[in-house]
Design a protein around this ligand. Structure first.
Ligand code: PLP
Length: 406
């Protein structure tokens, strides 16, 4: 692969050449090095499952492959390997957090009406079992209301003395709006300065649609818990994800599903005692046995991102989706829901077409061999998502069909 030639990059993927794949936010097509790693692990598991797992998971701490996955993730995140818990999806990670942080009955989660179903539902189910309430606010009605100052002010104004968690999503998959995570973190930090140590607000982020397409060190965004699948923008195998948090925040979590990635909990069980010391990230990584070949081939996915460069990927995603937004915004029959400024969106573009339901639009696009989606939110929109596998020609083709609907 010539990593500076996007045609050469596209050739790393087995995506059908018959289609314009412009729903790249959804589920990754894996690049060649990831497919090769996956095939290598799968073959070894089929040949000798006991020994391959024992040697790479349990025998020697330095040979535990999951540690290498955490190291690769930490390098990408700008954090430490021991701050990373491995999960199978964004949803699973969020559930681990909400089920692990016990709110008092009088405390609340402050969140928004813009969350994806599984994020909202993860909170609801945890609060149902554990107590605590959820308050949802609207951050914007349409894209004209999306500015950094307006969003930060709405969240700052909504924080109450009993707000214990603030739960946000980096990039809304129903509108394409990217939230200013750092600035939101600052307003939360400000509120925390007036609070006691055991009453600090924790800032939880569903980061999946920024993770892999925005050039940021996640560890420096100011959030306390960051959950993201790696099977979307990071281009790792399906059923992979992570949660990043600092040690002081992991210490506040009670694990929900027993782990097989840390010695202390199972040693404690053998010795008929409670685990000693604070909860660590690895204790929250759910066991039992997993699709290990998928989890382990995530190393090659981070390596692929590193080779291409996080900034180059982010710039390409921004450029292609920028072309798409501008083209759509110029069409009188299209209402664009995603803000035009690059810093207020990432790799998702949502719109509506006068006189056509989102499903009808998606069907017309499909007839032209363009793969878009209709969002499964309360208010459905047409959704596009250009990634590094796309070209400016793909955007032109898409815009031509959208123009024809006028
Ligand atoms: C904002 C958002 N969060 C979470 C998810 C679910 O991600 P996962 O399948 O990794 O749980 C989605 C699905 O695309 C999403 O749009």
């Amino acid at each position: 692969m010539d990593s500076h030639d996007w045609t050469s990059v596209r050739a790393q993927f087995n995506l059908s050449p018959d289609y314009v794949h412009i729903s790249n936010f959804f589920l990754a097509s894996m690049p060649l090095p990831v497919r090769e790693a996956l095939a290598r692990h799968r073959k070894a598991f089929d040949e000798n499952p006991y020994t391959y797992l024992e040697d790479h998971m349990f025998a020697k701490p330095q040979d535990m492959v999951w540690r290498k996955v955490c190291a690769a993730a930490a390098e990408y995140i700008g954090g430490k390997p021991e701050e990373v818990a491995l999960t199978t999806s964004t949803t699973q990670g969020l559930s681990m957090i909400y089920n692990g942080l016990h709110l008092r009955a009088d405390q609340e989660i402050l969140t928004t009406h813009h969350e994806w179903y599984t994020h909202d539902e993860a909170m609801r189910l945890a609060m149902l079992k554990l107590g605590g309430s959820i308050r949802r606010i609207e951050l914007y009605r349409d894209r004209s209301e999306v500015t950094v100052d307006a969003i930060v002010q709405r969240i700052g104004d909504a924080i109450r003395p009993n707000t214990r968690l603030v739960a946000m999503t980096w990039v809304h998959s129903g509108t394409g709006v990217r939230l200013p995570l750092k600035e939101i973190g600052e307003v939360i930090a400000q509120a925390n300065r007036r609070r006691k140590a055991d009453d600090q607000i924790l800032y939880v982020v569903d980061g999946v649609h920024g993770f892999g397409c925005v050039d940021e060190d996640v560890a420096s965004l100011g959030c306390d818990f960051f959950s993201a699948g790696t099977h979307k923008w990071i281009m790792a195998p399906h059923g992979t994800g992570l949660v990043w948090a600092k040690a002081e925040h992991w210490a506040q979590v009670i694990p929900t599903i027993p782990t097989i990635m840390a010695a202390e909990p199972s040693n404690a069980w053998r010795q008929q005692r409670d685990p000693q010391g604070p909860t660590e990230a690895s204790w929250v990584s759910p066991g039992g046995f997993l699709a290990f070949e998928n989890q382990w081939a995530t190393i090659e996915a981070f390596e692929f991102n590193r080779k291409l460069g996080r900034k180059r990927i982010a710039d390409r995603v921004s450029q292609l989706n920028g072309l798409l937004k501008e083209g759509l915004d110029a069409m009188p029959h299209v209402t664009l829901h995603t803000p035009l400024p690059a810093q207020l969106s990432a790799g998702i573009v949502c719109c509506e077409v006068k006189g056509h339901s989102p499903r009808e639009v998606v069907e017309v696009l499909k007839q032209h061999k363009i793969i878009a989606s209709a969002t499964p939110y309360r208010h459905s929109t047409v959704r596009f998502s250009a990634g590094i596998v796309n070209s400016p020609q793909d955007i032109e083709k898409t815009l031509a069909v959208m123009r024809s609907l006028g």
